[in-house]
Design a protein around this ligand. Structure first.
Ligand code: SF4
Length: 353
């Protein structure tokens, strides 16, 4: 049975959709509708036949863009029907439900909590108590199927040889010898309140602690995270430490995933790199402030620790993280000490991979 998965939300959610894609691929070909930003994450994915790009905030904005994308779903080329029998809407937006409907896909499955549920032919409960990867995976459960997976779900990404070469080249140009232990820091997040403010101090502590001092530090993220990387670099320079390698804005997404595959551990906020590390099996220390892992977006790497200030009753205060702390003190991040994060890094590094 040919399936279509519509996933045009945040990049982390694209990664968390991959267990659903693997499940559907056992039933037949799977096409995916993704944004221009999300599509590269699925390049070379063995469960995906084709990615249809929906530039919903750019060239395909508005009704005309939706109709064009619907035509692309319907027809591979003029006169050749794509033959999609069932669409899984892996988000809760009305626009995505409309897209599947206008494209004429006969069966449309989505969450009962979706704004577009009236357009679905089958609704699936949105279980708030399980990981989001499992929620998405459950979309493919029919009335006679298991509603829970029989084994823990692991998202998967497939960087190409070129992605691995790009990661290797960046490390070589920074003078990193093969076999060097890497610790990766991801200090960014789209939401300001989710950015733990002590990465520079952590880099200092990692460089001085005998348990981690031999590792080379690498900072990853998008070009918007360049300021955070520079602040860590300036602190290192002042403290007379080896400079971390600044990879922000220098690697495509799957090359960042390739770099993570070589790393001993990732230290990250609740943001995309957390999910890239889950997909590559990289030991992860995940720092949560205004959000909490039980919202469904914690790490799925085999070895991971989640950290947060559990004593605060105001957590979580937002599904994604507010622009500013509504209480003004931002203690969910300020009260998380460098020593706690350092200990967690040492713990996840101890586990053999
Ligand atoms: S209200 Fe609490 S959880 Fe929200 S940002 Fe402020 S300190 Fe963090």
């Amino acid at each position: 049975m040919a399936s279509l998965v519509i996933q045009t939300s945040l990049l982390g959610e694209v990664v968390l959709t991959t267990p659903l894609l693997h499940r559907l691929a056992q039933r037949g070909p799977v096409d995916v509708v993704a944004t221009p930003q999300g599509a590269p994450l699925l390049a070379g994915h063995p469960a995906v036949r084709d990615v249809i790009v929906f530039d919903k905030r750019g060239l395909a904005r508005g009704w005309r863009g939706l109709m064009q994308t619907a035509r692309a779903i319907r027809w591979r080329a003029p006169g050749e029907a794509r033959g999609t029998e069932i669409a899984y809407i892996a988000q809760r937006s009305l626009r995505s439900a409309l897209l599947a409907s206008v494209a004429g896909v006969p069966e449309r499955v989505g969450f009962s909590a979706s704004a577009g549920r009236a357009l679905y032919t089958r609704q699936v409960a949105y279980n708030p108590d399980v990981h989001h990867a499992e929620r998405l995976w459950s979309l493919a459960s029919g009335p006679d199927d298991d509603v829970s997976p029989s084994a823990p779900l692991h998202p998967r990404l497939y960087p190409s040889a070129n992605d691995h070469a790009a990661a290797a080249s960046l490390l070589t140009s920074a003078g990193v010898a093969s076999g060097t232990h890497l610790l990766v820091l991801a200090p960014g997040s789209v939401w300001a309140t989710k950015r733990w403010p002590r990465y520079a101090e952590l880099a200092d502590a990692l460089a001085r602690d005998p348990r981690t001092a031999r590792a080379r530090l690498v900072i990853i993220g998008g070009s918007a995270d360049g300021d955070a990387a520079r602040a860590i670099g300036e602190h290192a320079q002042t403290a007379g430490m080896p400079l971390p390698i600044d990879a922000t804005g220098r690697l495509p997404l799957l090359a960042s995933a390739a770099l993570l595959a070589r790393a001993g551990a990732l230290i990250t906020n609740d943001s995309l790199p957390l999910h890239l590390a889950s997909a590559m099996g990289t030991p992860t220390v995940a720092i949560f402030g205004p959000t909490v892992p039980t919202l469904g977006f914690g790490p799925l790497a085999p070895h991971a620790e989640t950290l947060g200030v559990d004593s605060l009753s105001c957590r979580p205060c937002h599904a994604h993280g507010p622009d500013a702390c509504p209480l003004g003190h931002w203690r969910c991040m300020r009260d998380l000490s460098v020593a706690r994060v350092l200990d967690a890094v040492v713990d996840v590094m101890r586990v053999p991979r």
